[in-house]
Each structure stands twice: as C-alpha cells, then as structure tokens.
Design a protein around this ligand. Sequence first.
Ligand SMILES: NC(=O)c1ccc[n+]([C@@H]2O[C@H](COP(=O)([O-])OP(=O)(O)OC[C@H]3O[C@@H](n4cnc5c(N)ncnc54)[C@H](O)[C@@H]3O)[C@@H](O)[C@H]2O)c1
Length: 352
Amino acid sequence: MKTYLVTGGAGFIGSNFVYYLLKKYQDIQVVNVDKLTYAGNLENLKGLENDSRHIFVQADICDDQAIAKLFQQYEIDYVVNFAAESHVDRSILNPEIFVETNVQGTVNLLKHAKAAWTIGDDVYKAGVKFLQVSTDEVYGSLGEEGYFMETTPLCPHSPYSASKASADLFVQAFADTYRFPVNITRCSNNYGPYQFPEKLIPLIFNNTVHHKESPVYGDGLNVRDWLYVEDHCKGIDAVINKGRLGEVYNIGGHNERTNIFIVKTIIAYVKEHIDAAVGEHMITYVTDRKGHDRRYGIDPTKITDELGWYPETKFEDGIKKTLKWYSEHQEWIDHITSGKYQEYYKLMYEGR
Ligand SMILES: NC(=O)c1ccc[n+]([C@@H]2O[C@H](COP(=O)([O-])OP(=O)(O)OC[C@H]3O[C@@H](n4cnc5c(N)ncnc54)[C@H](O)[C@@H]3O)[C@@H](O)[C@H]2O)c1
C-alpha cells in the first residue's frame, strides 16, 4: 500500500487531487496536511468524511516538529506539495508570507523527506518521490508567439511567481546536490470545482449572480492558458508513476483565452441559465495589476510524448461543467467566503 503525503489538500487543486487519487486507487492512504488558511476549507473534503484511507492533519508545512512527526508516524512513499500562498494580488500586498510558505515550507518538507528516506549516502528508499507542484508563471510572460518549454529560463515577475521559482530551484538543488528523487510539474491556469472565489472564474460567477460589477484588469486582453483541474490531476499522477527522476514536466492543454473572453463567457452562461437580467454592462475595466504578465502558453509536448498524457476535457465542456457546479453550490461559496462552517468541520474530523 502506497502512502501519499499531500500538502495543501484542502485547497482548490489539492482537494481535487485527493478525490482523484482515492477514486482511482483503492489500496492507498492519503495523509492530507493543510494549515487551513483562508484558502483551505474542510468543506472541500466533505465527500471523504467516511473514507478511512484519508487522514487529515491540520499543520503548517513550515513547522519543523509537526512535519518531522508526520514522517515518523507514517511510511510515506510520495510527497505531493500543493501547499502554497497562491494569489498574485495578495503577493503584491504581502510578499513575506509567500517566502515563508512557498519557499521555506518547501525546503522544510524536502529536509524531512530526505531525512526519512535516506538509507545510505545519497541513497534513498526504493520508489519514493517528492513532487513539487509548480506553475507556468515561473517562466514570466510571452509575446504574441511562442510557448513555455521546460528549457525556457525562469523569469518570474510577481512576488508569487518569484517564490514559486525559488522553491523550484531548491527542489532542483536537492536533486543535483543529494541525488534526491524529485519531479517538478509546471501547469497553466486551472479551473474547476472548489476554487476559492477570489480567482477569476468563481469570482466573476459569484459577482454576476449577485448583480455586482465584474472587474477586469487593464484592457482585458491578457491571455491565460486554461486547463480543467482533473486533467492537471491526471498529469501529476502520470509524473508520480512514470516521470523520469530529476525532470521538469510542463502541463497545459493549448487553451489560450483572453481574460475578457472568460468574463463574457461566464456572464453569458449566467444570463442563459440563471438570470436573464445580467449582461455585459456589468463589466468594469479597472487599473491594471502591477507587473501584469501579458501572455502564458504552455508547450506540453514532453509530458505527452514521454508519459502519454493529454488533456481530456475540452474548454467548451469544462467551463460549462464548472459553472454548473458553482451554480449548484452557491451554499458552498457562501460558506467558505464567510468561514462559518470551518469550526463545525474541524470538530467533525477531530471527533472521528
Ligand atoms: N490555481 C492554479 O491555476 C495553479 C496553476 C498552476 C500551479 N498551481 C499551484 O498549485 C498549488 C495549489 O494551488 P491552488 O490554486 O489549489 O491553491 P489554493 O490557494 O486554493 O490552496 C492552497 C492550499 O494550501 C494551504 N496552505 C497554505 N499555506 C500553507 C502552509 N503554510 N502549510 C500548509 N498548508 C498551507 C491552504 O490552506 C490551501 O488549502 C500551488 O502550489 C500553486 O502554486 C496553481
């Protein structure tokens, strides 16, 4: 039986990944470590409350003792590090917490995984792996043409992407210095269920259904490359199982869209399915984000050719599925934005 240490598994992608793993594999155990910041919610894991293969531990990845204890308590085979401060706007306001969690937290996990897995000088228990979940934002910004490849030099612009790039360099340094078994995945923008409603898609959805303005940065023509979250989970799973040690794998589905296209798509969906009174008059262009990267675009050739991964969900289907999910989970949006159910779920999990 394999044991996964998933960090940040109460957040958006982490919770989707935990569901994905437990559905795909019967004979596994998932130790899910999350600090439960504003972005982490036990409500996201509600569907697992009776699954004894899922063990939730509230802890900070920067906490030396707490992480040491986890490696003593469980025979961990894989670390999958999602835990991060993930919102660019917050990083512009408060960069320090991004250095703490994204850089120091990653180094703390690397240190404890290395201590637990070492069986000789730079020799490790068979089959173990540390997978760092990174982002295409570490590559910086593209012009109108070209794509990010794994060989593209790191050129982060925001404090968020700088902290993720720093973490990647530490992960790579552990591989180079100690021959530590790692992989890094760099994925494009994800969308799907359980995304905290400060990020573009759930934010615009929530604003629109509440007849609030939809703020769009600058001219709205910044381009992001969108991937359905389940396809990201499949990519990570493929890299854990088949990725060559020490390698970086980009994950993306060639789904480039301008921000304004995304906003108009959401408003059109709400107008058609929920409330005919909403419309594009609700869009407000606001002063551009500082240092706003213009375009991201991933070249996923390596993961496709080497590991056979490809995106299964077309954007047109994924976005409808996602917006339907949010429209059926308005209560979830209300709960997690107000935080009022946090305590209830903590008690429920602790009492098990
Ligand atoms: N969202 C995207 O589009 C995207 C794209 C590519 C890569 N990524 C990366 O994927 C990972 C997950 O992103 P997300 O969008 O799910 O983020 P998220 O903000 O929704 O979730 C982050 C989770 O980490 C937890 N966390 C934060 N600080 C912690 C700490 N110190 N110790 C333990 N847990 C902590 C939070 O409580 C939360 O549950 C991040 O590493 C991010 O950089 C995200």
